[in-house]
Design a protein around this ligand. Structure first.
Ligand code: AHR
Length: 482
């Protein structure tokens, strides 16, 4: 639920988290200044290497002595992939960062055997061709990766190796079966619809699930929301579609389970989500092709995006019964809230703090709130509540409330009635992310323009009272009095 995604795309890796020769690079070429921004996010896992990138990925290119690794024309992003940073470099980087790896195999243009080989290389201890090869590369201990994505967005016409739901479902079933014969401990993720507006949704998902149900563990869903039309009230309402996507797929799970008389359960792996404004295809075509680390998808994220991301994160938590994996896409530079200058500094954009606070205080048991809020109509949505909120009981008994005020102009008074708590609550901390200018952002020269500050909240007659400023993301932490 507190994971991210790293794809060799634009400057996510090269010039992002990896830059040999940079003043802050360690002996591996990992930028320590970037690691310092990533560590506080306390990421559980990072999905790697894709993404669209996976569809022509030959994982064997990215292992062994760097001088022998082939340079490839990487067609998804029309760049040259040097393979200098590969599978084992990502394992090393993840270990230093303290996060696990969620690996993706290519079933779009490769097959079951290559997927099995990759599991053998990563997870088997020794005594076989691939495991011994890994050892010869200096990795005595297996990487032991538990989560494996079976390709990516294979429903999309932009994908090399696009497939139908049943064609892909059959292939994924056989791959998952074979991969689990190598390592029965792994969990596999079936690729579902690339977004809820795909013309083939939900039929693609139903067909794929029908083929693979008892052999896989999660269904991957993706959703990016954007404000390309600069219609902010509508943009801020788009998490309603995310919520609907989750609930519809939950219904699909119940249907397929009943149809198959199965005892097996499936969950959602929401392994790509974020706000995203640039149109990737257009941008890619405007840039010269076959560059190395060409800057791509480097959106300028603002306060408005920080609030919009807040609505998505709250929606994920509210669906925690179904969504068991969630990866913010992506980690550095591309569609990311961490920005670097190649050869220079690094800084964070406003939504970085939304995710940081969610990751820091969102762990525990999610409660289902009963919300009564004034509402508005936007271009595509009616009855949009101004308030989006969810409470979580953290492991130490603290109750954390995440709240977004979707109104661009008006503050929203929030009153919270807690029921069923034996001990009275008191406010421990109130943290606010807001700014007078919805389009405010941070830059290398002005890195602290938008950042969280202390807010005020208090109890009156047993209820919590907070004033949510316009277009804000607020975190209120209440501890139980003993
Ligand atoms: O994150 C960028 C791209 O968005 C990914 O490569 C792909 O899976 C999605 O379409």
């Amino acid at each position: 639920m507190f994971s991210s995604f790293v794809e060799p795309l634009g400057r996510c890796i090269y010039g992002g988290l990896y830059e040999p020769g940079h003043p802050s690079a360690d002996e591996n070429g990992f930028r320590k200044d970037v690691l310092q921004l990533i560590r506080p996010l306390n990421l559980t896992m990072n999905r790697f290497p894709g993404g669209n990138y996976t569809s022509t990925f030959r994982w064997e290119d990215s292992i062994g002595p760097k001088k022998d690794r082939p340079r490839r024309a990487e067609v998804a992003w029309q760049c040259i992939e040097t393979n200098e940073f590969g599978l084992n470099e990502f394992a090393d980087w993840s270990q230093i960062n303290g996060s696990d790896v969620m690996m993706t195999v290519n079933l779009a243009t490769r097959g079951v055997l290559e997927a099995m080989d990759c599991v053998e290389y990563c997870n088997l201890e020794k005594g076989t061709y691939w495991s011994d090869l890994r050892r010869s590369h200096g990795y005595k201990k297996p990487h032991g990766y538990k989560y494996w994505c079976l390709s990516n967005e294979i429903d999309g016409p932009w994908q090399v190796g696009q497939n139908t739901g049943s064609g892909y479902g059959l292939l994924a079933r056989e791959a998952s079966k074979a991969m689990k014969l190598i390592d029965p401990e792994i969990k596999t993720v079936l690729a579902g619809s690339s977004n809820p507006f795909m013309p083939t949704y939900p039929e693609f998902d139903a067909q794929a699930l029908d083929q693979a149900w008892d052999y896989v563990d999660y269904l991957s869903l993706h959703h990016y929301i954007s404000n390309q039309k600069n219609d902010s009230p509508n943009y801020l309402a788009k998490s309603i579609s995310t919520n609907q996507f989750f609930r519809e797929v939950g219904g699909l799970f119940s249907y397929i389970k009943a149809k198959k008389r199965s005892t097996h359960d499936m969950y959602i792996s929401f392994d790509e989500f974020n706000t995203w404004h640039t149109v990737s295809g257009n941008e890619r075509m405007e840039k010269p092709r076959w560059g190395i680390a060409t800057p791509l998808l480097e959106d300028t994220y603002t306060m408005e995006d920080a609030a919009a991301l807040g609505t998505m994160l709250i929606t994920i938590l509210k669906n925690a019964d179904l969504v068991k994996i969630a990866c913010l896409s992506e980690l550095v530079n591309c569609i990311s809230h961490i920005r670097t200058r190649t050869g220079g500094g690094c800084w964070v954009l406003p939504p970085y703090y939304t995710f940081l606070l969610y990751s820091r205080y969102g762990r525990g048991l999610v409660l289902r709130p009963q919300i009564d809020s004034p509402k508005y109509d936007s271009t595509d949505y009616s009855d949009v509540p101004y308030l989006e909120a969810v409470p979580v009981i953290n492991e130490d008994g603290t109750v954390t409330i995440f709240a977004v005020n979707r109104s661009l102009q008006e503050a929203l008074p929030l009153e919270v009635c807690f029921r069923g708590f034996e001990n009275a609550l008191e406010v421990q901390q109130c943290i606010v992310l807001d700014h007078a200018d919805a389009k405010a952002t941070n830059t290398e020269d002005d890195p602290d323009n938008v950042k969280p500050h202390e807010g005020s909240a208090g109890f009156e007659d047993g209820n919590l009272h907070v004033r949510l400023s316009p277009l804000s993301f607020t975190v209120i932490r209440c501890r139980q009095r003993v």
